[in-house]
Structure formats: C-alpha cells, structure tokens
Design a binder for this molecule. Structure first.
Ligand code: ZN
Length: 297
C-alpha cells in the first residue's frame, strides 16, 4: 500500500527556495502554517434541507443519521487520542436533535460554530430571513452548550453581500466560508474571514447517494491522502492556512477515520503546523494584524 508521510519524498522542503515568495502569514510558536480542522455535522439536514419528504426515505435518511450517531463519536475518539481540537459547525436543528452529542463535543474542548438551523442556502434567503435564522441558531447552540458561538460557516459555503455585517452585528468573531485567499483576511467591517477551498472537502471525494443524486463515485483513501497531503506540504511552504472540512457521515466511515488519523499524525510529525480552532486563528489575526502579507507583483 502506498504510504506517504514525513519520511517520503513528498515531504520536500522548498521554503528556502529563492524562487518562493516569503510566507504569506506569520503564525504563533514559530510554526510555518496553520491547520484548521472543520467538522460540519450536517446530519439529518443534509436531506431535510433538500426535501422534507426525504424523512420517509428511510435508507437515504439513515445515511444522514450515521454522522451524528456513529461518525461523530468515532471521530471524537480519534481527536481525543491525537490531542487535536477541531471546530464543529453544527446546524442548530441537528444540535437540538442530538443534545448529548453537542454537549460531548463542547465538553471535549472543541469549538462549536454556527451553520444555519436547517442548513439553509443563504443565497435563497432575504437579509431579514437570514438574520432571523442566525439569531435562532446562535440562541439554540448557546442554550445547549452554555457558550455563544464565535464562528460561522455558511451552509454550502455561500454567503450574501450582507452576511459579514450580520455576523459582526450578532457578536461573531469570524466567518469561514469564502475562497478568495489561502490565509485569513478581513472583511471591510473588520470581521475575520478564514477561507477554505473545495479541494480540501470530503464531500467531493466521498459522497454518494443514488436518489437524490449526491456525489459521484467514492474515491479511495490513498488517493485522497495524496491530494490533501500534497496540498498541506505546499501550503506549509507558502505559510498558508490549511482549512480541511470533513462531514462525519462521510469521514466517520472506518477506513476514512484511518485516513484522517494518518493525515493528522503525519501533519503533527512535521512539527511545523499550528493545529488551531477557528477562534484561535481569528484571535491571533486580530491581535497581530501585521501577520498577514499581501501578495505582491
Ligand atoms: Zn454543511
């Protein structure tokens, strides 16, 4: 089996290559990059946000239930074993349906961020509707955990022109939805954005359901490991923020938990990566605004 890790040729270090620009960001503890592990616990809202009638399609619906019921406990065990704190974005409907899961995540020291109520597509909402859902979802998560969320990940990553304003108005410190950069940047109102990208998402690699059609053909874990490891190593060289997004109904399956274990273990073994939650990254940037280096021509 192909096994890539810190001792193989993929672990090349090009940071001293004179053709490379300076690192994009200065990270704490002399680390060369940041790693933000996001777990989007969409659960039942994966189906319900598409069509409420899918609740009666028991097999399709049960695939969504696998995330909160099996995937999350298994991934929590792995994160505890590795000593990694992750950022869980949870639709408040899912948090309400699974209060023990939500508390277990919070009690294990992970961060919980807002992710809509029923995983609503923001692009289909008016500003008023979006604000009402934001207020409701923040209240539900705060009631369940005793802690007000500091971060927001838009369902499907898509935000509206007014979203950053709403998030700041309701006390959030950061958004994690845009894809304009590979290090954090500021919205015009000062809200921190921690960008992601579709390549570092497990949906595109692993999702499959025949009807409704989700995904295409599940990829094999070695290929996905290579995809993500190569991006991590390159992002480390460029001083980026490696924002990886996993869905427990996909990455909570046994062989994929092993993939996540391999990846995180190899990332930790480099000694160069700052594994941090969204709040930690946003706070670091707010306290150290000169950490960001603009791209220059
Ligand atoms: Zn989601």
């Amino acid at each position: 089996m192909l096994r890539l890790g810190p001792t193989n040729p993929y672990n090349r270090n090009t940071v001293n290559n004179p053709y490379d620009p300076e690192p994009r960001f200065t990270w704490p503890h002399d680390k060369r990059c940041a790693v933000m592990l996001c777990l989007d616990v969409d659960g039942e809202t994966t189906a319900l946000s598409e069509d409420p009638k899918l609740v009666d399609r028991l097999t399709t619906f049960s695939q969504c239930q696998y995330g909160p019921e099996v995937g999350v406990p298994r991934l929590l065990g792995l994160l505890n074993h590795l000593g990694v704190a992750a950022t869980f974005f949870i639709p408040s409907y899912v948090a309400e349906q699974h209060p023990r899961m939500t508390l277990a995540i919070a009690n294990a020291g992970h961060e919980i961020g807002a992710h809509g109520h029923l995983h609503e597509k923001l692009a289909e909402l008016t500003r008023k509707e979006e604000e009402a859902i934001l207020i409701e979802s923040l209240a539900i998560l705060e009631n369940l955990t005793g802690k007000r969320p500091m971060g927001h990940r838009a369902p499907w990553f898509e935000i509206n022109p007014w979203t950053a304003e709403l998030l700041a108005k309701h006390g959030l410190h950061y958004s994690a939805s845009m894809m304009r950069d590979d290090v954090p940047f500021l919205h015009t109102n000062g809200l921190v954005e921690i960008p992601g990208q579709w390549m570092l998402e497990d949906w595109e690699q692993f999702a499959f359901n025949p009807d409704p059609q989700w995904g295409v053909i599940p990829e094999d874990c070695d290929k996905v490991y290579r995809l993500w490891w190569d991006e991590f190593i390159a992002m480390r060289d460029y001083g980026c923020c490696f924002t990886l997004t996993l869905h427990p109904w996909l990455s909570g399956r046994p062989s994929r938990v092993k993939l996540v274990e391999r990846l995180l273990t190899d990332i930790q073994a480099t000694g160069d990566a700052w594994l941090a939650t969204g709040s930690e990254i946003a706070d670091w940037f707010q306290e150290n605004p000169s950490a960001r280096r603009e791209m220059t021509l």
